[in-house]
Each structure stands twice: as C-alpha cells, then as structure tokens.
Design a protein around this ligand. Structure first.
Ligand code: UD1
Length: 350
C-alpha cells in the first residue's frame, strides 16, 4: 500500500513526525511531499531534523503568495507528482492551504483522500483555516477526527459514516517530547518568572491598529514576555513600523519543537493565537490566554485552563489569573493516536 503524506507548514511537520514514526515497520510505502509553504529554515528544516522526520521525497518549493496563487501553484505541482506516484491514498493534515490543495488535486485525480485532524470548526467563516478544513472534510473519503467534539461536527454535516475518532497525533509528539526534556529547563537568559507568547494569525497581524494594540498590551504586562516571532509577525511589524521588543517583551526567533515545549513547561503562562500552542499548554498544564474570539480546541476552555481574550486592552487581569486548581482531562488521547491512524488506514477499503 502506498500512502502519500502532503505537508508544508510547521504544525504539519509536527503531525507528520508522529505519523512517520507509526509508519515504520507497518509495511506501508510512505511517500512524503513537502509543498514548501514554509520555507524559512527555522519553520521547516529544523523540524525535520529535531523530530527525526525522514527527508521529504518531493519538495515543491512553492513559498508565499496570495491564497489563490499559493494554492493554485500547489495544485499544479501536486497533479504531476500524484499521477506519477499513483498512491492508494493521499493523507492530508490539518487546515492550511497545503491541506486544501492536496485534497483537491487528489480528489480530482480520483485518488482516495484521508484527512487527519478532521472535524475541527471555529464557525468563523472569515478564517482561511476554516475554509480549508470545511472544504477538505467534504472532499475526503476517510475522516480522522482527534476528539468526540470534532466527530460530532462531522456527524452534523452528514459525514459521520466516513469518520473514525483516532485521538490527537500532536499529543503523541507532545508527551514524548515532554518526557525527554523534563530534567532540562531551557535557559533563555530571562531571570525569574516569564510568559511565552506567539502571534501569527492574519486577523491579528494584518491590521496595523490591531497589531499595535496587541503589542502594547504585551509590552505593559507586569512580567517578562518571551515572544517567539513568526516570520509573518516580523514582516508585518516591520511594514507597519511597530517595535516588537519594548517594555516587557523580549523577542526570539521561532524555536525548534523540543525547545518550545521546554519553554512552555518553564513559563507561568502562554499568550497565543496558535491552535497548537493552546492545546500543548493544556497538555502541559500551563494556563493559556488566547487572543481570538473563538477556538477549535473547546475542551481547553474547561476550568479556565484556556481563556479567550479577543479584547486585548484588558489582558493583564486574564493573563495574571491564578493557575486553575482542577486537573486537565485526557480529552486529546493517550499519546497513541498515530498507531490508531495507521491501523485505520490499513483496514479501510479505499
Ligand atoms: C500558515 C497556515 C496557518 C498555520 C500557520 C503555522 C494557511 C492559510 N495558514 O500560516 O493555518 O497556523 O501556517 O505557522 O495555510 N512567511 C515567511 N517564511 C515562511 C513562511 C511564511 O516569511 O517560511 C511569511 C511570509 O511573509 C508570508 C506570510 O508569512 O507571506 C504568511 O505565510 P503563510 O504560509 O501563507 O501563512 P502562515 O501565516 O504561516
């Protein structure tokens, strides 16, 4: 059986790490295509090395562009590779433009599609990720939701009979990493307590007023904020003339996966608009504040482990809240999701 995994962005490399590990010794001929959506080395190459992901068999080198240009270039390139490779299934990950392009190209060439991390919904139709996940779910033949909530979304959209709950593969990688870095705290050169922050979503970075307000609030927090600056944030801040490193904020380049986990483990709280970090904070039992109006990972909101704060003017009270007393629940699986994905792929009659 030949399965092609298509990835292109940082969070997809993390998911691929779990799947590639599970594929070893399964008898599946696993082919990896990297679209090149993320081309900065510390968003891509570093993840392949750090998470011991086998090198991609095909690098499409697509890079940045408007959504249509980026997705269209991927479609054209993928058509060729899929046709030559003749896979039994194309496995797509999450909700990026690489996900949608791969699903669309495969479905039109009549190759079966499986969607990992299916069924997540923000119900915010202005988000590019929401278009990507809804369209991909409806195009795919096999849906692999991480949670019961995600599965229920699919049931409501009439897709329940194609859906198998497998758990969350990011949890597999998070737990493995947590256990390997436990005794080794990260030295960032910040003395005392600090907060970890990442901001990269279009709705937060692409308007100068919004970005200015977010930065001002972070800079005024009463604790050092280690800001891991995604290239999109760095590019927009430069374009709008916004100084990132000021007041409480200290700026760092994006870190490799293990160091990001280490950093979260030793910080007092996380402030982010990333889906992955919200969930990792929950798994590591670090309080999280999410600069968004909604979240796909609704389970993290229970007991205020994660609090949504789209209104960034009053960030301090939320960020500096007491750590919840209640323990987190094992809603994202037991760290063995990738084994269930492989089993499901092997059993499925494509
Ligand atoms: C993409 C995904 C988002 C995911 C995120 C993780 C889509 C629509 N969005 O957002 O769901 O959470 O990845 O990081 O697919 N850039 C660089 N170097 C890079 C990559 C991006 O400089 O290696 C800059 C460029 O200015 C580019 C901008 O970031 O124009 C946007 O990049 P893009 O890949 O389109 O989206 P992300 O914001 O990274």
């Amino acid at each position: 059986m030949r399965i092609i995994s298509v990835v292109g962005t940082r969070p997809q490399f993390v998911k691929l790490a779990a799947i590639a590990r599970g594929m070893r010794g399964s008898g599946i001929d696993h082919v990896i295509i990297n679209t090149g959506q993320h081309y900065d080395s510390n968003l891509s190459d570093v993840f392949f090395a750090d998470l011991e992901i086998p090198a991609a068999n095909f690098n499409l080198g697509i890079g940045s562009g408007s959504h249509g240009v980026q997705t269209g270039a991927m479609l054209a390139a993928l058509d060729k590779v899929f046709t030559n490779q003749n896979p039994d299934c194309v496995l797509v990950y999450g909700d990026t433009n690489s996900t949608l392009a791969a699903a669309l190209s495969a479905v039109k060439l009549h190759f079966p599609v499986a969607h990992l991390e299916a069924g997540l919904r923000s119900f915010n139709r202005a988000m590019p990720e929401e278009h990507n996940r809804v369209l991909t779910d409806h195009a795919a033949d096999l849906l692999l939701p991480p949670t019961e909530v995600a599965h229920q979304h699919l049931v409501r959209e009439g897709l329940g009979n194609r859906s198998v709950i497998v758990g969350d593969v990011m949890t597999d990688v998070c737990y493995l990493t947590r256990d390997s870095v436990k005794i080794n705290p990260l030295d960032l050169g910040i003395s005392g307590d600090y907060l970890t922050s990442t901001i990269h979503r279009a709705e937060n970075t692409d308007s100068p007023d919004r970005l200015k307000t977010i930065l001002k609030s972070l800079q005024e927090l009463p604790m050092p904020v280690a800001l891991l600056a995604h290239p999109r944030l760095q590019a927009r801040a430069k374009e709008f003339g916004i100084e990132l490193a000021s007041g409480s904020v200290q700026v760092f380049d994006p870190l490799p996966y293990a160091q990001t986990i280490q950093m979260m483990m030793s910080s007092k709280g996380v402030i982010t608009d990333s889906g992955g970090l919200q969930k990792e904070a929950y798994l590591l039992e670090v309080p999280c504040t999410t600069i968004r109006t909604e979240t796909e990972w609704v389970e993290t909101l229970e007991d205020s482990w994660n609090v949504l704060s789209p209104d960034v003017e009053n960030l301090e009270a939320i960020v500096m809240r007491q750590k919840p007393l209640a323990v987190t629940k094992p809603v994202y699986g037991d760290g063995n999701a990738s084994a269930r994905v492989i089993e499901t792929l092997l059993d499925f009659k494509f």
